[in-house]
Design a binder for this molecule. Structure first.
Ligand code: CA
Length: 413
C-alpha cells in the first residue's frame, strides 16, 4: 500500500494503484494492509491447540480472565475458509470509475436517503456531540455495510484465532484476538452475536477490535457499546473515530473542480483563495471556501475529473487508506444529501496500470535514461517526475499519471 501513502503525501497527479476490495470486507487501515498479503499456510488441529496454549499467558497479561479465555476458545476449531480467503485477496486493479459508480448506485443512494431520514434525530445529536457532519458518517456506513445491510456472518473469535494461529501478518491478528476477548469479557456483545467479516471487522461500520477499543462509544447510554445492532452506538463510534483522527467541523472534504487552460500542472497545495486566483473553479459553480487549503488531486490523470481535497479527505483515508474508498465515502455522503454526480468524464480508454504494467513502464523509462530507482511497480516521486518529463517531450500534458496511454507512448519505438 505504499502507493497510497505516497499519494497522500504528494496527492498531485498521484498515479496510485487502486487496490480495491469487495464492499463489506473489513476496511480499517490495518486491514487494508493485510489484504496485500496472503497466508501461505493451512492450519491443523495440533498447531491450533499449540497456538492457544501460547496465547494464554499473553492474553492473561492483558487482562483476559481464564473464564473468558476458556469459554471463548476451548471448543474452537480453525476455519480453513478464512485461510483460503486470504489467498483471494490478491491485488487487482479495477478502474476507479467502476468502483465509484457502484459506490453511488441508485439503490445505495435511495437507501442512504431513507436511513438519513429514519435516523435524523440520532444524527442531529451525533453532529452536536462530535462535530462530524452526517454526510461523511452516512458515507462510511454505506460503503462499509450498505447501511447495516450486511455486517458479516463469520464468528469473530474463530476468524481472528485462525489468522493469528498461522502468524498471518505477524502478531497483528493475535493482538486483535486479545482485543476481541476483552470486548466479550466487557459484555458489549453476546458470544453468539459476536460476528463480523472473515478478517475480523465488526458491526455496522466494520471496526476491528483495536478500533473498537479506541473509538467505540455507548451513545444511547445502556452500558453497552453495541456497534452490531444499535445504530446510535455504531454511528457515534464512527463519528468519534473520525473526530479522534482529526476531522474538522465545517471544512469540506473537497469538491470537484475545473482547471483553466494553460494551467501549471506542478501546483500542489495552496489555500483556496490562491487556487481561485489561478482560475480553478468549483464544478458546481459555488464559490471557494474563504478559509483552508487543499491539494489538487486527479484520480485518473489530468484527462479525468479533478478535485481539491482537504485534510478531512485524509481523515477519511485513516478509515481505509485508499483514494478510491475515500472518494467513495465522500461522494456517497454528498449525493445522499442531493449533490450532483461527477461532471467531468472519466478517461475510460486510459485506465491506471496494473502491477506488471507499472514495472514495464518503469523499465521503459529506465531504458530511456531516467532514474526511477529499482523498477518495482511503486509509482513514487522519481517515476512521476520521469513520466512528466517524458510527457512534456512528447507534447503530452505533464500530469505524471501512470496510465495506459503513457505506457503505450513509451513502447513506441
Ligand atoms: Ca449502547
Amino acid at each position: 500500500m505504499n502507493q497510497m501513502n505516497m499519494s497522500r503525501l504528494t496527492p498531485l497527479f498521484a498515479a496510485i494503484a487502486l487496490v480495491l476490495f469487495t464492499s463489506g470486507l473489513p476496511s480499517d487501515v490495518a486491514m487494508a494492509k493485510a489484504k496485500t498479503e496472503t497466508a501461505k499456510q493451512s492450519v491443523g488441529a495440533t498447531g491450533f491447540k499449540g497456538f492457544l496454549d501460547r496465547l494464554w499467558p499473553v492474553a492473561r497479561a492483558r487482562g483476559v480472565t481464564r473464564d473468558t479465555f476458556s469459554a471463548a476458545l476451548s471448543s474452537l476449531t480453525p476455519d480453513q475458509d478464512v485461510i483460503d480467503l486470504t489467498k483471494k485477496q490478491s491485488e487487482f486493479v479495477k478502474p476507479i470509475w467502476e468502483y465509484l459508480a457502484s459506490a453511488t448506485s441508485p439503490n445505495r443512494l435511495e437507501r442512504g436517503a431513507k436511513m438519513a431520514g429514519v435516523n435524523q434525530s440520532t444524527l442531529d445529536a451525533i453532529e452536536q456531540r462530535y462535530g462530524v457532519e452526517r454526510s461523511v458518517i452516512l458515507g462510511v456506513w454505506g460503503m462499509e455495510t450498505n447501511f447495516g445491510g450486511y455486517t458479516g456472518g463469520k464468528d469473530i473469535l474463530r476468524s481472528l484465532a485462525t489468522l493469528a494461529s498461522v502468524g498471518y501478518r505477524g502478531t497483528y491478528f493475535r493482538d486483535e484476538l486479545i482485543g476481541a476477548l476483552l470486548i466479550l469479557q466487557q459484555r458489549h456483545v453476546a458470544r453468539v452475536d459476536f460476528k463480523g467479516s472473515w478478517a475480523g471487522a465488526m458491526g455496522q461500520t466494520q471496526f476491528m477490535p483495536s478500533s473498537f477499543q479506541k473509538f467505540a462509544v455507548d451513545f444511547d447510554g445502556d452500558g453497552k457499546k453495541d456497534i452490531w445492532t444499535n445504530v446510535p452506538d455504531a454511528l457515534a463510534s464512527t463519528a468519534n473515530y473520525l473526530k479522534q483522527n482529526g476531522w474538522q467541523n465545517g471544512l469540506p472534504w473537497g469538491f470537484e473542480v475545473t482547471i483553466p487552460h494553460g494551467f501549471d500542472y506542478r501546483l500542489h497545495r495552496l489555500v483556496f483563495e490562491e487556487w481561485a486566483s489561478r482560475g480553478v473553479r468549483r464544478a458546481d459553480g459555488q464559490s471557494m471556501p474563504r478559509r483552508g487549503e487543499a491539494n489538487l488531486f486527479f484520480p485518473a490523470g489530468a484527462d479525468g475529473p479533478a478535485f481539491l481535497v482537504t485534510d478531512n479527505y485524509d481523515v477519511i483515508k485513516r478509515y481505509n487508506n485508499s483514494d478510491a474508498y475515500a472518494l467513495g465515502v465522500a461522494l456517497l455522503g454528498d449525493r445522499i444529501f442531493g449533490a450532483a454526480s461527477i461532471r467531468a468524464a472519466w478517461p475510460v480508454d486510459d485506465p491506471i496500470l496494473g502491477l506488471q504494467q507499472r514495472i514495464e513502464l518503469q523499465q521503459a523509462l529506465t531504458t530511456l535514461g531516467y532514474d526511477v530507482g529499482e523498477p518495482n511497480g511503486r509509482i513514487g516521486t522519481l517515476t512521476r517526475e520521469a513520466i512528466r518529463d517524458f510527457q512534456g517531450k512528447r507534447g503530452l500534458r505533464p500530469d505524471g499519471y501512470a496510465g495506459k496511454r503513457v505506457l503505450e507512448a513509451l513502447q513506441v519505438k
